[in-house]
Design a protein around this ligand. Structure first.
Ligand code: PMP
Length: 295
C-alpha cells in the first residue's frame, strides 16, 4: 500500500517513521477506537462526507474507553493527511489506541497514540452495483451490553470471525441474527429492506449506528424499526449500507435470491450524487479540503 505520510500524535510524518511498540496495549487487547470515513472528488475538490458525525462517534468510543481524545486536533489531522495524500477519492482511517503503560488490564497509566491515514479506496464488497451474497451467521453479534456498539477495535474480532465463516462457505458477507430471530447487522454494514415500495431500515441495539444508514433513512424517508429474519427474507429488495459499502444490493441470502431492485438503484444513485457534491440541499454534510492547507 503506497501511503507516503500518516498523521501521528498531532503531526504528519513519513509512514516509515510511524512505529508502534511490541508493548502497545492496543496491540494486545484491542483497546482502541477507530473510524472509517470517505472523501470524494467533487467539482470543487475533495470533500469529506459527514466528518463531524464520524468524529463524534469516535469520541463516544474514546469516552467508553476512558481515553482522552483531542477532537479538534484529530479533525485537523484528517484534513491535513488528506491534503498531503493528493487523493481526491480516499478512505480516512483515524485510530486512537492505548499505547505504553504496561500490559495490565488497568489502562489508567497508558498513553494514547492517535493516527490518521488517507488511503486510496474502493468499495470492499466490489463495485457495488452487482449485489453481494450473504449467509446467516452461526455466530452471535457482540451484545451492546458486553461491548458497546461503537467502533472499538477489539469488538471487530467478532465480525472477523463471522466474515471468515461466511467466506469459507462461498458467501461474501455474514448476517448477524439474534437469539429471538431479529436481524442485527452484517459484519461491516447495516441492513435495509424494501417491501411494496416502502423502505425499512433495520434497527437493533447491538448494531453499529451507521452514518450511511442514517443518511439513507433520511433520503428514503425510511421506517426505522426491528425486523425479523423472516420479514427480511420476504422483502422485495435488500441492500446494505456503510461508508465503504455505500449502498450495495444483496442478491443472495442463504437459499434465497433477489435482483438488484429499482428502489435500491435509485437510492444508490441519490447517495452517490450527495457524496459527490451534486445535491445542494446536503452541502452541510461535506467538509471541503480547502487548498492550500499547510502541511
Ligand atoms: N456496522 C459495522 C459493524 C460497521 O463496521 C460499519 C462500518 N463503519 C457499519 C455498520 C456501517 O457504518 P457507517 O455507515 O457509519 O460506515
Amino acid at each position: 500500500m503506497n501511503v507516503p505520510f500518516v498523521w501521528l500524535n498531532h503531526r504528519l510524518v513519513p509512514t516509515s517513521d510511524a512505529r508502534c511498540s511490541f508493548f502497545a496495549h492496543g496491540l494486545h487487547y484491542g483497546t482502541g477506537v477507530f473510524e472509517g470515513i470517505r472523501a470524494y472528488a467533487t467539482e470543487e475538490g475533495p470533500a469529506i462526507f459527514r466528518l463531524d458525525d464520524h468524529l463524534a462517534r469516535m469520541a463516544r468510543g474514546a469516552e467508553v474507553l476512558g481515553m482522552d481524545l483531542d477532537l479538534a486536533s484529530l479533525r485537523l489531522g484528517c484534513l491535513k493527511v488528506l491534503a498531503a495524500s493528493g487523493l481526491q477519492d480516499a478512505y480516512l482511517r483515524p485510530l486512537a489506541t492505548f499505547h505504553l503503560g504496561g500490559l495490565a488490564l488497568d489502562t489508567s497509566l497508558c498513553d494514547v497514540q492517535v493516527m490518521v491515514a488517507a488511503l486510496p479506496w474502493q468499495n470492499h464488497l466490489g463495485e457495488g452495483t452487482e449485489g453481494i451474497s450473504m449467509r446467516t451467521s452461526p455466530l452471535r453479534r457482540n451484545a451492546a451490553r458486553a461491548i458497546p456498539a461503537l467502533k472499538l477495535c477489539g469488538g471487530y474480532v467478532n465480525a472477523i470471525l463471522a466474515k471468515r465463516e461466511a467466506m469459507a462457505r462461498g458467501f461474501a458477507e455474514a448476517l448477524f441474527v439474534d437469539e429471538q430471530g431479529f436481524v442485527v447487522e452484517a459484519t461491516g454494514e447495516n441492513l435495509f429492506l424494501v417491501k411494496h415500495g416502502r423502505v425499512v431500515a433495520v434497527d437493533h441495539p447491538d448494531a453499529l449506528p451507521g452514518i450511511t444508514r442514517a443518511t439513507l433513512a433520511q433520503l428514503a424517508g425510511a421506517e426505522v424499526r426491528p425486523v425479523t429474519l423472516e420479514e427480511l427474507c420476504d422483502a422485495d429488495e435488500l441492500f446494505v449500507t456503510g461508508t465503504s459499502a455505500e449502498v450495495t444490493p444483496v442478491t443472495r441470502l442463504d437459499g434465497g435470491s433477489w435482483a438488484p431492485g429499482p428502489v435500491t438503484q435509485d437510492l444508490r444513485a441519490a447517495y452517490l450524487d450527495l457524496v459527490h457534491g451534486r445535491s445542494p440541499a446536503y452541502e452541510s454534510w461535506l467538509t471541503r479540503v480547502e487548498a492550500p492547507i499547510a502541511v
